[in-house]
Design a binder for this molecule. Structure first.
Ligand SMILES: *[C@@H]1O[C@H](CO)[C@@H](O)[C@H](O)[C@H]1NC(C)=O
Ligand SMILES: *[C@@H]1O[C@H](CO)[C@@H](O)[C@H](O)[C@H]1NC(C)=O
Ligand SMILES: *[C@@H]1O[C@H](CO)[C@@H](O)[C@H](O)[C@H]1NC(C)=O
Length: 297
């Protein structure tokens, strides 16, 4: 009886700082509540109670770091892609990843493996606003890999590259898409909870996944060099025309990609026309290093 009372007392007495440490340890390592209980000398029941609560608070507090941009901000990003990656029009790189959720064993509504059909992108809230042109500035588009359908608002690489123009386009495309590869790569390497099936109720797990994304964006803003020190992300050496791969690539297995999307032929033809416009990368849109790059792949 006494021990029980004492436990209740201790549970209430866990300082906020310690709770935050436990949560950060949980998110960054992905270890079980059982091990956390041993490391931190806090009862498992109390850990399993406060982790979702603290995540909730963090999720709310960092909400501004996971927002859809407004038109002005998209325009700034577009300018950035033009200057930094020589890809005019591009407003961002998109990727789709699976994070597995495994509902606790005594829960009959297991959600593991759900949504693994081909329609993840089409079912997303991004799809309709990208499709009807209300998201991006006039003429803006994203770049995405083979999981995505080719559209005027979503360009892909050329599947084959027999011509110089196509090689150069693909080379620029790869550079622009590197952004999102690195973002997801760093995210999973810093928040290892994402690297294996999350053993929580679906609702809690989704909040937790969002919290890691918010933390990632916040840390990139507030602690760029401690969160992503030099060498951790891909680095383009423009003196030697080589790309040095970020260390995350050898530390983790990338998250599995979402399934390939079904393609709508009508929009595909318009998009192929748009992609062909980028043949100007070869002449007036050329940059000095590009032929070197394609010859040294
Ligand atoms: C685009 O789609 C979104 C979501 O369906 C809708 O809210 C918005 O009003 C649409 N905008 C235009 C310009 O059609
Ligand atoms: C380019 O390559 C040379 C020779 O391999 C090397 O010494 C130099 O550090 C490289 N440049 C950069 C910016 O890494
Ligand atoms: C889509 O295009 C493929 C060839 O690229 C063709 O075989 C197919 O019939 C087309 N589908 C529709 C619905 O037009």
């Amino acid at each position: 009886m006494k021990i029980e009372r004492q436990e209740t007392f201790m549970r209430d007495a866990i300082p906020a700082r310690v709770k935050l440490e436990v949560v950060m340890c949980f998110l960054s390592s992905g270890i079980s509540y059982r091990l956390l209980a041993i490391f931190f000398r806090i009862s498992k029941s109390s850990i399993s109670k406060f982790i979702p609560e603290v995540c909730d608070v963090m999720y709310e507090a960092l909400d501004e770091y996971l927002q859809v941009r407004d038109k002005r901000e998209w325009e700034d990003i577009q300018v950035g892609f033009h200057h930094r990656w020589n890809f005019p029009g591009c407003c961002g790189a998109i990727d789709g990843k699976h994070v597995a959720i495994q509902a606790p064993p005594n829960n009959c509504g297991s959600s593991y493996g759900r949504n693994s059909d081909g329609g993840v992108f089409q079912a997303s809230s991004l799809y309709p606003v990208l499709e009807n042109g209300s998201l991006l500035p006039e003429g803006g588009f994203l770049v995405g890999d083979d999981a995505f359908p080719l559209k005027t608002s979503l360009l892909k690489r050329y599947p084959n590259e027999p011509t110089i123009a196509e090689k150069i386009y693909n080379c620029r495309f790869t550079r622009a898409r590197r952004i999102v590869e690195n973002a997801f790569g760093i995210l999973v390497s810093r928040f290892r909870i994402l690297a294996k099936p999350i053993q929580l109720q679906e609702e809690t797990a989704i909040k937790m996944i969002r919290t890691t994304c918010e933390l990632h964006n916040w840390l990139r803003k507030s602690s760029l060099h401690t969160y992503t020190p030099p060498g951790s992300i891909d680095y383009e050496d423009i003196v030697n025309f080589t790309t040095n791969l970020g260390t995350w690539r050898s530390e983790i297995n990338a998250l599995p990609n979402i399934a390939r999307s079904r393609i709508n032929n009508r929009s595909k033809i318009a998009a192929e026309k748009l992609r062909e416009k980028y043949n100007f990368f070869c002449d007036e849109g050329a940059v000095t290093w590009q032929n070197y790059m394609i010859n040294n792949k």
